[in-house]
Design a protein. Structure first.
Lengths: 261, 317
């Protein structure tokens, strides 16, 4: 049991990570990670390539189950419960929305992309689905662009539109946690800013873990930021402190100032 | 200066090898076209006399009377033969589609590691069993089994040959269907699994729809295989001219007719030419089926174009 920070109850955390280590075929990718993500917080994770950011996200929603050779040790608690004690990992994943670096518009219509999650959970009524689809597309700032062609293939949208479609799809799960993995890699700057606005609004309803390759994006959005470097957690600090030169580790300061990475 | 000019114009060994290889592979590619065209020209020429002089559209397609050896009034009605081939192929598809799609989904989506590799090898091995062996199984195992189970006088019939043909076609259909599933990008599976979809939901809601065209192509190629199969059908179908009304009727297939009768006809006779006309018909049908399969495979590629799919293997096995 992690001892919660003073003045905070265990229930205040959406994700609690303790001594997490991840290996692929015995080769360590991440080790010794311990921190907590607060409820309704945008939590940033920055670090250069191969620092273990994506692996960390995969451990949260138990993607290790379907990744050959991926071993996870230590503990990840979501809503107070170790993810490996969920007997139904599908239920866990339904509570966690994921947005991947490259947009994955499933080869379904725009409507079906967003309705998929609800359908998987048994919603059949067209009227109910219509409401969900419209609400999620609106919240992902995509509705106005696609409302006249909901029946065309989602995979034919532009990169930026597809990424907002995947966000709408993740929102349709009604998640309590949203994981974003370098969502802006294939998205133009204007769309990136729109998505950032969307995320800022979503914070009141869910916890957001934002892995980003853009340190300034973490600065714009995240309350606290973790710095990962070559499979190791260097530090977790209030974002403003980190960017104002108050980082605990000189490597962090060097990274956020653009001296490497 | 002269050195540069020299290098610019000198054709070295690599240049010549490249040129030679280009011509060689071009010849290989063209030969496929030449052979196909040559076969078509040959069977058309052999059947031409019949098609132009003796051919009666109504008799050929609507009469079940195939009596080419009758001395006073030979008739060439192919309806019973077409019905024989169609009924056997139809039943074969009923058998092979669930088997092959099930096997492909298991190998492609559920099995992992060594189980998967072993199964793939076994399925490919199954595809290599000679058709005469299948015919033998139909004749000596299925036949008594059908007589015993269904209490019918003869076990060489539509049921027997349909099952045999279905089992024969299933491995190649499995292989092609599995290729179609493999062509679905893993990112689709991962995205759906991350939403909390179970394996089966991922397969049913995302992978199968995405692979639909390839799966249709696999089925069509199975149909083509059934249409063209000769030996196993000849041995297991009973080879009697019959418009089948139940799976326990013996039938005769187009291919089996050609195989059984061609050796006993005088070259150039009406009968000989009529058999070649059957051949033209078979050729056109299988060509149409393969062409349709190809169109479906290409349709499938177009859908994944944005994700940079690898080109699928030729639809013609």
């Amino acid at each position: 049991m992690t001892s919660p920070a003073p003045g905070r109850a265990a229930g205040d955390y959406a994700v609690e990570v303790e001594d997490l280590a991840i290996r692929y075929h015995g080769k360590p990718a991440l080790s010794g990670v311990t921190f907590q993500v607060r409820r309704n917080e945008i939590f940033g994770i920055i670090g250069p390539a191969n620092s273990g950011k994506t692996s960390f996200l995969r451990a949260i929603n138990r993607m290790d189950l379907m990744t050959a050779g991926m071993e996870v040790s230590g503990s990840v608690r979501v809503e107070g419960r170790d993810v490996r004690s969920w007997r139904n990992p599908y239920a866990l994943r339904q509570r966690i929305g994921v947005v991947f670096p490259l947009p994955v518009g499933l080869p379904l219509t725009i409507y079906d992309n967003v309705a998929l999650s609800s359908r998987l959970r048994g919603t059949r009524r067209k009227a109910d689905l219509d409401v969900i689809v419209e609400r999620c597309l609106r919240r992902a700032a995509l509705w106005d662009e696609v409302k006249d062609r909901l029946d065309s293939l989602g995979s034919l949208l532009s990169g930026g539109q597809q990424q907002r479609l995947t966000i709408a799809r993740a929102l349709s799960q009604d998640p309590s946690i949203l994981l974003l993995d370098e969502f802006s890699i294939a998205v133009d700057p204007v769309t990136t800013m729109r998505i950032e606005e969307v995320l800022a609004e979503l914070r009141s309803e869910m916890t957001i873990v934002l892995v980003t390759n853009l340190v300034q994006q973490a600065r714009r959005l995240a309350a606290r930021t973790a710095f990962f470097l070559t499979g190791e957690l260097v530090e977790v600090t209030e974002t403003e402190t980190m960017f104002e030169g108050g980082a605990q580790d000189p490597r962090t300061t060097a990274y956020v100032e653009g001296k490497f990475g | 200066m002269t050195d540069v000019a020299h290098a610019a114009d000198r054709r070295d060994l690599a240049w010549w090898v490249d040129r030679a290889v280009q011509i060689l592979v071009l010849a290989g590619g063209l030969s496929a076209i030449v052979f196909i065209a040559g076969i078509f020209v040959f069977i058309t020429r052999e059947g031409a006399g019949f098609v132009f002089d003796r051919f009666d559209f109504r008799e050929f397609f609507f009469s079940p009377r195939w009596t080419p050896t009758s001395s006073h009034n030979p008739t060439y009605g192919a309806l019973a033969l077409i019905a024989g081939t169609a009924s056997v192929t139809g039943l074969a598809m009923v058998v092979s589609v669930p088997f092959s799609l099930g096997a492909a989904v298991y190998i492609g989506e559920f099995a992992t590691g060594r189980v998967r590799e072993t199964l793939k090898v076994l399925v490919e091995l199954l595809a290599a069993i000679p058709s005469v062996v299948w015919g033998f199984i139909g004749l000596s195992i299925m036949n008594p089994l059908i007589i015993q189970i269904f209490d019918v006088p003869i076990g060489l019939n539509v049921l027997n040959s349909g099952i045999i043909l279905g089992l024969m076609a299933a491995p190649i259909m499995t292989t092609i269907a599995e290729d179609a599933l493999k062509a679905v990008p893993d990112t689709y599976r991962e995205a759906a699994e991350a939403m909390g979809a179970t394996r089966w939901q991922v397969t049913f809601k995302v992978v199968l729809p995405a692979a639909r065209n390839g799966l249709v192509a696999a089925t069509l190629l199975g149909v083509g295989r059934g249409f063209g199969e000769t030996m196993a059908v000849l041995m297991a179908s009973g080879h009697s001219i019959n418009l089948p009304t139940s799976p326990f009727d013996s039938v005769r297939a187009l291919t089996a007719t050609i195989a059984a009768e061609l050796g006993e006809t005088a070259a150039g006779s009406d009968h000989y030419q009529a058999l070649f006309t059957l051949g033209i018909f078979l050729f056109l049908v299988t060509f149409a089926i393969n062409f349709a399969a190809d169109v479906f495979v290409r349709g499938g590629q177009r859908k994944h174009r944005r994700r940079g799919r690898r080109p699928a293997a030729s639809a013609n096995p």
